[in-house]
Design a protein. Sequence first.
Length: 166
Amino acid sequence: MNIKNIFFDTLFRWKFMISVKINTTICKFSFGEFGKSFVNGPIIVRKPSNVIIGDYSTINYGCLLNARESKIRIGNHVHISPNVMINTAGLDLNTPYKNRLHFNKDVVIDDGVWIATSAIVNPGVRIGKGSVVAPGAVVNTDIPEYVFVAGVPAVIKKNLPKFNND
């Protein structure tokens, strides 16, 4: 590695760490609750006071946390990959299109969950402890503990092991 590459690599890491600290600090003061967690890059948050996040969790760049009327509760040791969308509002499809109204439901993401890149979590969903949501999956219903889900809509593909320290 030449000196030019070392310089720019170091500069990028330094800039990235400052960005993480700034984003995390902004979230600490604007979220309803914010534990010892990190925000790696710019994210979009609608009504940050309705977002509650535990300790040692990570939210990556490009995520949308849409908590306008209901709460998003994120547990401890949760990893949210880039470009994930979490919505607490939707349209009531059981009414005629001219009269459709919005509905709001809380979203709960339990401890140890990993939501992979570009997944979508819809209103009223609970993702159980230790579960993994595949990239691009659309979660419409509750996900039990310790499962891997994938697809549109997301379905259980396999059970995951439980460990003694979980």
